[in-house]
Design a protein around this ligand. Sequence first.
Ligand SMILES: [Zn+2]
Length: 382
Amino acid sequence: MRVSENPVPFETFRALPKTDLHVHLDGSLRVETILDIARADDIELPATDVAGLTAAIGCGAQFGSLVEYLRGFDITLRVMQSEAALERIAFELAEDAHRENVRYMEVRYAPMLHTRRGLKLTRVVEAVLDGLRRARETFGIKANVIVCGIRNISPESSYQMAELAVAYKGGGVVGFDLAGAEADFPAKHHRQAFQLVRDNNINCTIHAGEAYGPESIAQAIHVCGAHRIGHGCRLREHGDLLHYVIDHRIPLECCPSSNVQTGAVKSLASHPLKLYFDLGLRATVNTDNRLITDTTVSKELHLVHREMGVPFADIKAIILAGFKSSFQPFHEKQAMIRRVIAELERYDDDGQLRSVNTPAAQAERPARIRTSTSTSVRPDAE
Ligand SMILES: [Zn+2]
């Protein structure tokens, strides 16, 4: 068990600037909002109060498998079938992220799951973009969208989602993903969808190495052309592929608590994130599902520090990796990275804010944040 001695307090993690690159819209609603929409739209739920509904969804519970974990989405999706609901849910997700100082997020979801009441796919996409835009105007948080295909639905539906990603490229959609049940539903079956998005120069990320072995990660990268990998817990089983991912700076979107919930890893202490980081892999920390996993980015980073024994100096590098790995255009990303580096350097390696007003502090050059491949921070591509 690797537990940090004298851990940096949770409040420091809340105060740090952060990203959330792997967060599902349909797994990140407020329980109160689900109840509210259900009441207004006359939608049946398994419970009518916060405690009952939290238990029915299994927020924060150990599910033991990805398929069991995914059952909670059946409840959340019931209230996500109108434009007003989608706009509100997207806005509130960005508001919750803003409250813990997330500066940039990429919200993912599969629009085809929101047409049960006859909504057009274009309206599904636009309602979510509207909510994220309103959050940006209100709070300043920047959020883009990743459109998902679902492994266990059909390659045809993934292709339709890919067409949607192409249609909204430049309008707030920055990527394409493949989610859903990983075992028995290989990514290669959806290769036409990935070909279409890549032909249109759109970024791809794929959930892989979560509920299946390293072959799934290899397929995501080599057959589908993934630029990032969701989870990648089982990458450690294949040294050669692991080094390929490191050499090509392919970021992993790690979601530690979710990985314990789905049984992808046994415990936080046995999560491979620290190993990956120490080997130089570009590892990022994300929530996956704020409601179903009952988490925030601050909470995940704090757990990485406290339960996995990752030093605070490395936490700063992991945060920076999140900004570096985003699917934003390079120059927008670079400007954000410069600002974030300046903010992170205000903290020393023990998580203490450096005093900026004393002459001694002014004379002292700020310590550099260690990154995965160098001893100084480079704001450009690393
Ligand atoms: Zn996910």
